[in-house]
Design a protein around this ligand. Sequence first.
Ligand SMILES: O=c1ccn([C@@H]2O[C@H](COP(=O)(O)O)[C@@H](O)[C@H]2O)c(=O)[nH]1
Length: 276
Amino acid sequence: MESFGRRLRAATDARGPLCVGIDPHPALLAQWGLEDDVAGLERFAFTVVEALADRVAVLKPQSAFFERFGSRGIVVLESTIRQSRQAGVQVLLDVKRGDIGSTMAAYASAYLDPDSALSVDAITVSPYLGVGSLAPAFDLATAHGAGVFVLALTSNPEGPEVQHAVTAAGKTVAQTVIDEISQLNAGADGLGSFGLVVGATIGETGHDLSKVNGPLLAPGLGAQGGDPAGLRAIFGESLRNVLPSYSREVLSAGPDVAALQAAADRAQAACRAVIG
Ligand SMILES: O=c1ccn([C@@H]2O[C@H](COP(=O)(O)O)[C@@H](O)[C@H]2O)c(=O)[nH]1
């Protein structure tokens, strides 16, 4: 199977770099005139897929908002993933898993084994137990042409306390993660399949992303205050590999399908003006 990195590059070349999150917040369900229940969750998620699956490169369901409804929410997540993939969009499940290797192997099979009902193109993971503990996810992703995005410099204000801490080796925790992921992508044919999460809100931090050769997911645009104009200072020469990601800013245009599409088109144009 073609690698995730190559599929992603083809998708962003064809449709632009934009990633839109599917985050069915209770407040958004109310704004859309939907009940805060499984039927409302389903209507919300399916409407986003109907509106955007054929015009953006990546849809990013936020697992937490589906898990909130227990097993019935997971069934909706499975359908959302299935419909999205059938429509040809890359699906990045924002699920931020991370555990000791033997447990990580089970998480990996849940999301990266093509036989799983929750199988997606890529997932987000947390390196807090050490990047090496994520090896089962890297291995399964490689075997099945999937991708893995590792949290490095997150968009929230609490992140730097941990991520900017300097290790005994003299590098920040974030730079350690960045360098380990860069090594995984070394020798990739085209864009690598191992990505990083680097928030669009962080400003210039001095971290070196130039050797990553993998996709750089940039959440935090719109509702969290990030602006496409700020991406240049954060990503420098790696700008071409950035996947700018919006959730609430685009989703709040719903439930009208044409209004959602117009909001996504505006976000796409703003990002293209910076990323190209
Ligand atoms: O550093 C991070 C990592 C992940 N996220 C996720 O992205 C979306 C952002 O939603 P907005 O409505 O555009 O603020 C959400 O699912 C977060 O969990 C992040 O924001 N920052």
